[in-house]
Design a protein around this ligand. Structure first.
Ligand code: R5P
Length: 294
């Protein structure tokens, strides 16, 4: 019978010792096949090793989210400023111009709306369709500790198997249930489980205390989800801290598209992620771009 980890010994994450990355620029990806590596290199910039993904998939469970009422008007103009778009196949086919050269990561889970139990998800697209749509990856929610925890884990492992057959990376997303504490201990558990069960990379939330232990104990790249809308300086600071503490970029939504000036905000985030721009300097850049002075 497996036992809980009750050792009294302190855990040793060695967060100051980066994981070696033989065979590829992203950690934990050296043994992937060529097609998988190529798709990862479309999403993550090989020069910085990081990505600015723009998350606009919120409608898959909550309908026309504020800022996403008209993706054709609010999001299409932002596409030149991100490294990849995270969206549903419905939005991709109906709104995103196929002439776009931007890599796309497709939301591949769904089912319940905000009116029901969110962890009761299923896989919501075939991997064949991801190939048909030329996707650079797929993303799926994993509800560790949620009511339908095992189902959501199996959704992910089935998607991972399909992704391996087709050379399509899978991003496992830590979805936090209403009653779960969002702390480093929880995210270490969730991110590590997602990586061990085969996800190519993991999307998770930032925590002030101990985020570097979340990234250090996860053997594959982590991208930070933005979460609810914050003042611009706070969002830029969170993104800065996340990458300084080991994240390989962000997959941000509301803190970009709900900003007063989304085009300025996404460019400021880009500088924080790819050029290590300090948050206050990035805020100045945001204000300059917002007022059209650049
Ligand atoms: C993930 O579960 C959501 O569908 C979004 O992709 C994610 O929350 C990122 O968006 P935001 O930065 O708005 O939290």
């Amino acid at each position: 019978m497996p036992e809980a980890d009750v050792s009294k010994k302190d855990k040793c994450y060695q967060e100051n010792v980066p994981q070696q990355t033989p065979g590829f620029f992203l950690k934990g990806c050296g043994s992937l096949d060529w097609g998988m590596k190529n798709r990862m290199a479309q999403v993550f910039n090989p020069k910085s090793g990081r990505t600015v993904m723009l998350a606009v998939d919120h409608g898959y469970f909550q309908g026309p989210t504020t800022g996403l009422e008209r993706i054709d008007l609010s999001i299409v103009p932002l596409l030149p400023y991100c490294d990849a778009l995270f969206c549903t196949r419905g939005i991709l086919r109906s709104v995103i111009p196929p002439e776009s050269q931007l890599p796309v990561v497709l939301r591949a889970s769904g089912g319940p709306s905000i009116l029901k139990e969110l962890s009761n998800e299923e896989i919501a697209m075939d991997m064949e369709d991801a190939g048909r749509l030329n996707a650079a990856g797929v993303g799926i929610q994993v509800f560790v500790g949620g009511e339908f925890e095992t189902r959501s884990i199996h959704n992910m492992t089935k998607l991972v198997d399909a992704g391996l057959r087709h050379g399509v990376p899978v991003m496992g997303v830590t979805a936090v249930g209403k009653d779960l504490v969002r702390d480093a201990k929880y995210f270490r558990l969730a991110c590590r489980m997602i990586a061990e069960l085969g996800a190519t990379y993991v999307k998770t939330y930032y925590v002030e205390d101990g985020f570097e232990t979340v990234t250090a104990s996860c053997p594959v790249p982590i991208v930070m989800a933005g979460g609810k809308k914050l003042p611009e300086l706070d969002a830029l600071t969170m993104a800065y801290n996340a990458v300084q503490q080991g994240a390989a970029g962000v997959d941000m939504g509301r803190n970009i598209f709900q900003s007063d000036a989304p085009t300025a905000m996404i460019q400021a985030v880009n500088q924080v992620i790819h050029a290590n721009m300090k948050p206050k300097d990035a805020l100045d850049l945001y204000k300059t771009l917002k007022h059209g002075k650049a």
